[in-house]
Ligand binder design. Structure first.
Ligand SMILES: [Zn+2]
Length: 132
């Protein structure tokens, strides 16, 4: 899809004991960086046993696990890393990869854009957004 210029984003559902190890997050981040590019958004989503069909016995993903994955993604060099399913975490927002200014403020599905037509309002960095 990437070669065909189709927009690609990666989502990892962090399921306790199945897909929540530090090494797995490192491997995924490395794959995204090397195979897809550091501009590719990576979403790490919280799992909830309550809404699962077959994995109801598993607890929800601890916020600390999502924070670890987020940190690994950023340390690997990915520009756009997000946590999902935990409204209110700062890592739901988009920060400028160059100057770290808040450019898209998200709380759940509420979105407040601060970019200027896809560019950082503070430093002018191209934020690689799809503009309509
Ligand atoms: Zn900036």
């Amino acid at each position: 899809m990437k070669k065909k210029k189709i927009w690609v984003e990666i989502t990892t559902l962090a399921i306790p004991t199945l897909s929540d190890s530090e090494q797995m997050f490192k491997d995924i981040a490395k794959f995204i960086k090397e195979a897809l590019g550091i501009e590719t958004p990576w979403h790490i989503s919280q799992f909830s046993g309550a809404i699962s069909w077959k994995l109801q016995h598993l607890s929800e993903t601890p916020v600390e696990t999502l924070e670890m994955a987020y940190r690994i993604g950023k340390e690997t060099g990915l520009k756009y890393v997000y946590t999902g399913n935990v409204p209110g975490m700062p890592s739901e927002d988009t920060f400028c990869p160059k100057c770290n200014a808040l450019v898209i403020d998200r709380t759940g599905y509420r979105i407040s854009r601060r970019d200027k037509q896809g560019k950082c309002p503070k430093c002018g960095e191209n934020l690689n957004l799809i503009l309509k």
